[in-house]
Design a protein around this ligand. Sequence first.
Ligand code: 4NP
Length: 157
Amino acid sequence: MKKKVLFVCLGNICRSPSAEAVFKALVEKNGDSNNFEIDSAGTSAWHEGEKADARMRRHAKNRGINITSISRKFEVEDFDHFNYIIAMDQENLDNLKQLIRNKSDLDKIHMMTNFSKKFNYGYVPDPYYGGDDGFDLVLDILEDAGEGFYHFLKKQD
Ligand code: 4NP
């Protein structure tokens, strides 16, 4: 059975599309793509239908990561489809918790930074209103936590 993973942030144009692309690249590197379905969504529909933020795409591309996803809003049905729903910050987590219908939905929600290995951030900081450093920090945190998450999943097998 495929593991179905959904990364969630506010706008689905900076952090969660990056998490999706970083994690896809990691899974691919491990020859494990056939065992995964990986997607991302936003708790808001503010940027629905848009490509990821050009600054985010540029910073990712500098690391060889291609962000291709188109923004969409998280839907309650995503709880039915996905096994793991990964929030970027506390606000995302709180918004997701407001939509849960049962314990099974709740158990699917995790905080991305709980899987961090090297980094001590409690959340993935929103880079939208900041400078270049913020986009690089997002990618640093996501690469680290993505590895932690992958190892966590492998241990469940
Ligand atoms: P994201 O970043 O949640 O990482 O996609 C943001 C994108 C857009 C806005 C805020 C955060 N915004 O206010 O439009």
